[in-house]
Design a protein. Structure first.
Lengths: 438, 438
């Protein structure tokens, strides 16, 4: 198939879109295409997810159950674990994770494995788009050579490449996959034409850029900006605490400046699938050319220290009541990495819990959205059911996530001691005998 | 005078407001009060400024000439060098500079001297507000003891204190003194009442906070945020350059994200009266309590290195044309620290010029708003008149400030070589033979 034929197929809505990886990025995207009447095939290694999708069952918070169900019933969306079915697809969109290993080195194995699957099973004349966040040059230097090697095809003639970063913000009520402007960076003019024609059908607004590497850098910049600013405010919050300054009041007042300021808030640390990771892809590639990224490095240090610092805060609060950490019962409210979502990936609350447990505290947690969670050492934590008795008996209750369903007033009333990391207790300025604020 | 009497005087518009320091903060503020029919006395050490104000002559870009003139003619605004006239004032607003010395230690001498003048000359029952940017605790720990010592009065009984940070952004077309929300942090309830009554007459929107130190921290947070983000993008710009990525395109694409991102742009460094200074007030006070501010420190390092790095960029550009820096004529376009203003304080362009001069380049500059400028070593630089011959004869032309009056196309056409630090040459993506981009 030539690029013209592919374009014409896309214009007629006759293409089959293969989405590789049906997680929080892939599934919403698959549904966005399918609801426009485009045939979508999800290729996913988890058998459970494949079965759920094919049964019309949604498992991602940002996807509407009824919409997914309708797409499946109308035959527009199906899933498979069989990589050979990649051969049915005219378009392949890679939405697999790119984690960091324990040494903050990007783990490219999911992308590489997807590329091998594509290369071995693709037909000639397809369009391949990578959405996984990764370091600049990945599309050209990782995806392209693997696909060429495995398929024997040539990029720009037999297939076309693009990088288009996912911008999914789980729990965001205003911006979902379809109405968040999408950056698309095709490799070459033909790839860009196909990218714009394809994504333009499912996404309301596109922002084309001149190359995949620019698109790769865009995503890194967005999240490096966030990492750096959250780290900055976490550091300033500690200083402010030492100077009897309520950092939350400072931030809200600074927000009254109508230009040149954007508010970030402190907390137990940085979590989620993007902000703690993305900047370190860039650091990795920078090290390869002997370039030190001092701002990312400094931010990384603050973030690494944050769980210890928060554990210390809790310890100081207990100490003021004459209690050691050792043997105290500490109840953490919220392990989700941000408010009102059910995701505990890279959760800073978990890291604080681990630190307190190391100091021999009796650590409990409650999260209405996360009944159990496995930490990075493979330990399984099971949440408790929140009762007045539990709150009353805890030596310290810690607000780690700002879930809006928490009955803050009631919890503070029942608790012996509260450490408030998320400015939940508005009635207290900096701290009083019972409430410690970050 | 009791606080009630002072409040009633303010309500009746009968107070005399003394503004100490008639610079880019004090003069616009003085005019904002005077145009509301309030009697304003400017107390200013520069005889030239006193004469100009009393002659109805404006010297600050953000003040309207006609408005100042009218205020003076109506007898609402006058200036004096005589500190004893502080005794005529019911309200005193301190708008003096707080520079850093060469070791980045805050120079508090202007604030201290203003406080001594106030303490020695004030009458009982006045309200004193500090607007100079400074480290948190200054109002309580510097202003209060000096005024009490010199006057024999007692804060909270004989006079009231407030910190209200200036938010002047020179050259900002949308936000001037009157329509920029103003943070006010009175020391105690009475001070806050007076502060709100007073400032509310001249400023459209106030944002009261619970203490002077919160207000002090607000200003530092605003500008630390800017320092850190400009430093971040300056660092990323260098890396992007090495990776053949156009950072300007990346930033514009990242701006298409409708939440959670604010764009900052790279350049020759950080200039002006606030951003390069304010964060280091905080670093100073933090060091006093053994607290290291790693983000500010990292940002400071990047900023310190930026002039060298830019000099190197220019040197590489010359090198590609087979020229050494030594003996080359380099024409810098713009020494103002930002576009379309006439202010070269802490100008990064000047630092780059000095670096190039050290490497024996023949350094020239042109700035339509700044005919001459004195660098930090006391050396006077005189701008040239921009001619085609000058552009043609220069070995390199450097865009250092994005003045909108520059005829970029014409300059690029005439020049042998252009180093574009401000993305002025839109027609070039990253670089071509003639144009080097940051």
């Amino acid at each position: 198939m030539s690029s013209k034929e592919l374009l014409s197929k896309i214009e007629k809505n006759e293409e089959t879109v293969g989405v590789i990886g049906l997680g929080y990025v892939g599934l919403p995207l698959a549904v966005s295409f399918a609801k426009k009447g485009i045939k979508v095939l999800g290729i996913e290694k988890s058998e459970k997810k494949v079965l759920e999708v094919n049964a019309g069952q949604n498992y991602i918070q940002d996807v509407e159950d009824a919409v997914l169900k309708a797409c499946v019933q109308e035959g527009k969306l199906s899933a498979t674990g069989d990589a050979s079915r990649i051969g049915e697809c005219d378009v392949l969109i890679i939405c697999v994770p790119t984690p960091l290993d324990h040494f903050k080195k990007p783990d490219m194995s999911f992308i590489e494995s997807a590329c091998v699957d594509i290369g071995r099973n693709m037909k000639r004349g397809v369009f391949i788009s990578l959405e996984s966040t990764t370091y600049p040059t990945t599309t050209e230097d990782v995806v392209k050579p693997i696909v060429e090697r495995e398929s024997g095809f040539k990029e720009g003639e037999d297939f076309w490449l693009c990088f288009s970063p996912e911008r999914v913000d789980p729990g965001n009520k205003d911006y979902k996959t379809e109405n968040t402007p999408k950056v698309v960076g095709g490799l070459g003019e033909e790839a860009q034409k196909i990218a714009v024609a394809l994504y333009g059908k499912a996404i309301q607004k596109l922002y084309p850029v001149s190359s995949p590497r620019v698109a790769e850098m865009v995503k890194i910049l967005e999240n490096t900006y966030r990492l750096v600013n959250i780290s900055l405010i976490n550091e300033l919050a500690l200083l402010a605490g030492k100077m009897d300054i309520n950092i939350w009041e400072v931030i809200d007042a600074a927000k009254s400046k109508p230009y040149g300021f954007q508010a970030f808030y402190p907390g137990p640390g940085i979590g989620g699938h993007c902000i703690p990771l993305d900047p370190f892809y860039l650091e990795y590639v920078a090290k390869g050319i002997n370039f030190d990224l001092t701002m990312i490095d400094a931010a990384g240090r603050i973030n690494n220290l944050q769980p210890y610092r928060i554990m210390n805060k809790i310890s100081y609060a207990l100490n003021r009541q004459g209690k050691p950490m050792n043997g105290s019962t500490i109840l953490f409210l919220g392990v989700a990495y941000k408010a009102d979502i059910d995701d505990a990936r890279e959760s800073p609350a978990l890291l604080v819990m681990e630190e307190c447990a190391k100091k021999r505290a009796n650590v409990l947690y409650y999260d209405p959205y996360i009944p159990e969670v496995i930490d990075e050492h493979g330990k399984k934590w099971t949440g408790v059911v929140l009762t007045d008795e539990l709150i009353e008996n805890a030596n310290c209750v810690v607000f780690t996530t700002a879930h809006s369903c928490f009955d803050v007033e009631h919890i503070v009333e029942k608790a012996k001691l509260v450490v408030d990391l998320k400015n939940m207790v508005k009635s207290v300025n900096i701290e009083d005998e019972k409430v410690f604020k970050l």
